[in-house]
Design a protein around this ligand. Structure first.
Ligand code: COA
Length: 190
């Protein structure tokens, strides 16, 4: 089956503003190839711990990681969260695995952890993925990444199973509605 889920993405210019728990506003928009330099700076500024949790090694080559995460194509969809100054404070990416499933990953600036941004990004990605025929999100999460597992479990009722050294996470993209019910102060209707 061809990888076409995101190829006719018609809402590339769509931007959404949301208020985080601390009262600050973020704007979420689609990530494009031109965002690579800013994405590199964002990833570079993450703590060593955050980089390890996201890329499974603290020694990740940031230039390569930024290139890969900013890459566009019909099989992937990336979202950026920008703060009030226009700086990247969060990024989420899903990559199609087969016509109904995509792998999701997210990272949030260290100073904004716990403000609802990770949940918000997964919700907005799930809304778009569902619209484009992806019915399930999967993720591989390190066992000590409680923050990520909490986001997936608490917001989306994700199933988590230990598999080949990582926590294998799976949930329906439709579960964004659960997260919206649970965190109405951050997650608004699409
Ligand atoms: C995982 C991550 C994306 C979560 O983003 P976030 O914006 O902090 O998530 P949210 O604010 O939506 O928080 C969700 C829940 O986790 C809790 N939480 C978030 N960060 C926490 C922390 N550092 N310690 C304890 N709890 C935390 C929040 O309190 C919240 O709980 P609640 O819903 O009961 O209030 C973020 O911690 C991160 O960027 N980590 C490094 C990169 C990474 O691990 N990526 C995952 C790759 S698969």
């Amino acid at each position: 089956m061809s990888r076409v889920a995101f190829s006719h993405f018609d809402d590339a210019d769509d931007q959404r503003s949301s208020r985080l728990r601390d009262g600050s506003t973020v704007t979420v928009r689609r990530c494009i190839a031109a965002d690579e330099p800013a994405l590199r700076a964002f990833l570079q500024a993450l703590s060593l711990k955050a980089r390890r949790l996201r890329f499974f090694t603290g020694a990740v080559d940031i230039a390569t990681a930024a290139h890969l995460t900013a890459a566009t194509g019909p099989d992937r969809l990336g979202l950026l969260a920008l703060d009030e100054r226009g700086e990247i404070v969060g990024h989420a990416l899903c990559i199609e695995l087969d016509p109904s499933r995509a792998e999701v990953a997210v990272e949030v600036a260290d100073r904004l952890h716990g403000q609802g941004l990770g949940t918000l990004l997964v919700v907005q990605l799930a809304v778009l993925a569902e619209r484009h025929g992806i019915s399930r999100f999967v993720a591989e999460v390190l066992a000590d990444n409680d923050e990520m597992l909490d986001v997936f479990r608490d917001g989306f009722d994700a199933q988590v199973a230990w598999r080949e050294g990582v926590e294998a996470v799976e949930f329906p993209t439709s579960a964004w509605r659960l997260a919206r019910e649970r965190y109405p102060e951050v997650v608004r209707a699409p």
